[in-house]
Write a protein that binds this ligand. Structure first.
Ligand SMILES: [Zn+2]
Length: 78
């Protein structure tokens, strides 16, 4: 007599990976520095320094930065 082998089904719990892609819109975000009173594009090299100094202030547009009395950066030319 043969014994029947019972098949054990392993249920794999696959958790769906929710990829949160943060697409930064080009030229949309303007980063200002409250210390130098200058504004930059988000990808400017000075933005890192501004973040280090903790003087970062974000603007939605160049016009908004100008209204706050900021001057454009000579490197990234926002
Ligand atoms: Zn800049």
């Amino acid at each position: 007599m043969r014994t029947l082998q019972s098949l054990t089904l392993a249920c794999l719990m696959v958790s769906p990976l929710v990829a949160q892609v943060s697409n930064s819109p080009k030229g949309e975000v303007i980063v200002g520095c409250t210390e130098t009173k200058m504004y930059h594009k988000a990808n400017c090299k000075w933005v890192k320094e501004i973040e280090k100094a903790g003087t970062r202030v974000d603007f939605k547009s160049v016009a908004e930065a100008k209204q706050a009395g900021m001057k454009p950066c000579g490197d990234c030319k926002p």
